[in-house]
Write a protein that binds this ligand. Structure first.
Ligand SMILES: [Zn+2]
Ligand SMILES: [Zn+2]
Length: 238
């Protein structure tokens, strides 16, 4: 009977469900535990000397205003993120957007989102061509549709994944310097003469070291009118 109402089956438990990850499997995914650093959203285990700033944030200037992630990158979440990114499982964007929607509702900075736009982190155009989509854009579109918030794409990626592959071996600071060279304003977007609202929310699948979020925020800061930059990601490496 359920299968007749819901033709989709949950990727994790195999039960018939309205989305490709059912509600109880979504609820079972591990959330980022509280307390968190009020700046980057990392779990601090209550050990940070300043409650609003974790140890690793002290090394970086405040480029964005806040970042929040829903899930811990591990267990089932790691598999789901991986499948969305590398195995063409674009159907996973919808349940992940549902998880972002929950995070949105519980983030005080987002309580009133009247003047706001979602900005997906761009990927290497070659990658996007191979895969057929940019997972961050897919997430932003699904979330934007649920919220009635527009998606804008003012950013582009300059270097290919080949250039950044070695980044994992770099120190945090070197990684940041490298990331800062990767993102720029898209000439295509500039040509359209669109403007961004006061509040912008960068959307991505994973927050790892924050180098990408900071690099994108740095570019967005150069646009007139942008006052607040937030970052929302489905998962967070811990
Ligand atoms: Zn399930
Ligand atoms: Zn932090």
């Amino acid at each position: 009977m359920l299968r007749w109402i819901y033709p989709v089956t949950c990727t994790l438990c195999g039960e018939a469900a309205p989305l490709s990850v059912c509600e109880s499997c979504r609820d079972a995914l591990r959330r980022v535990p509280r307390p968190i650093c009020l700046y980057c959203g990392a779990a601090t285990a209550g050990t940070a000397a300043e409650p609003d700033r974790c140890e690793s944030c002290k090394d970086f200037a405040r480029v964005y205003d806040w970042a929040r992630s829903a899930l811990v990158l591990g267990g089932e979440t790691r598999g789901l993120v991986h499948d969305l990114k590398y195995h063409r499982a674009s159907y996973l964007a919808e349940p992940m957007a549902e998880i972002l929607l929950q995070l949105w509702a519980s983030t005080p900075q987002l309580a009133s989102h009247c003047d706001c736009a979602l900005v997906p982190v761009p990927i290497d155009p070659l990658r996007s061509h191979e895969r057929g989509y940019n997972q961050a854009e897919l997430l932003a579109r699904k979330l934007g549709a649920r919220l009635g918030v527009p998606v804008q794409q003012p950013l582009m990626r300059l270097l290919s994944d080949e250039d950044t592959r070695s980044m994992t071996r770099l120190s945090a600071r070197a990684r940041q310097q490298h990331a800062n060279k990767v993102y720029a304003l898209s000439p295509h977007w500039l040509k359209k003469k669109e403007t961004l609202p006061v509040r912008v929310v960068i959307v991505d699948d994973v927050y790892t070291t924050g180098a990408t979020a900071r690099a994108c925020a740095k570019v967005l800061r150069t646009l007139p009118g942008v006052q607040e930059i937030g970052v929302l990601t489905v998962a967070r490496a811990m």
